[in-house]
Design a protein around this ligand. Structure first.
Ligand code: GLN
Length: 189
């Protein structure tokens, strides 16, 4: 199995470390052709507007086609890229999961924070979650599952094979979220 990590901009490198800790091969996705023979894709955090600028029209279609059969996990800026609708300001997105998201909704860089959050798929145990200029999930469609909340804000969701989280699991010292993603990748394959 090879996992792609979109490496146009942002925090792709720490995901490589997580995957290698789990003994899973990863590949940096810089051009559309890099998606060949990849079974799942992580779109990391960073700056979604910058990633959008770098992604040309063709790449956008390739990512959409890839997502028709494979699992995609969008993290923070990545969640913004895969949202159904983006606010503050409006911007184009891949529309892989039926939810709307508001950019920079917790405030500026100084409002970044760490929280202990309970996850049902981890038997309700707590995990450290790091939020950096994070967006807020404003609403989810009827077929989207909320996987965790913090102060009533939904922070992680899934819809069929896709996943989105507004915090950065690659910055915390556990492998649970990457393991959960890999399980979804295997189920989709
Ligand atoms: N604020 C960024 C954006 O709107 C996301 C920040 C992040 O990925 N940590 O794209």
């Amino acid at each position: 199995m090879i996992i792609g990590i979109l490496a146009l901009q942002g925090g792709f490198e720490l995901h490589e470390h997580k995957l290698s800790e789990l003994r899973v091969e990863s590949r940096r996705i810089i051009y559309p052709k890099d998606l060949n023979n990849v079974q799942g894709l992580i779109i990391p955090g960073g700056e979604s507007s910058t990633m959008l600028k770098i992604c040309n029209e063709l790449f956008f279609d390739d990512l959409k086609n890839f997502a028709k059969l494979h699992t995609v996990w969008g993290i923070c800026a990545g969640a913004i890229l895969i949202a159904g609708k983006v606010e503050n300001p409006n911007q184009k997105s891949l529309e892989l999961i039926d939810f709307s998201i508001q950019r920079n909704a917790y405030g500026n860089q100084n409002d970044s924070f760490i929280a202990e959050i309970k996850f049902g798929f981890l038997n309700d145990s707590l995990r450290e979650c790091i939020f950096i200029r994070a967006p807020k999930i404003a609403s989810i469609g009827p077929s989207v599952q909320s996987l965790a909340t913090h102060n009533e804000e939904i922070v992680m969701i899934e819809q069929t094979r896709h996943l989105a989280s507004t915090f950065h699991p690659e910055l915390s010292d556990n492998l649970d979220f990457h393991e959960y993603f890999l399980k979804k990748v295997k189920n989709a394959v």
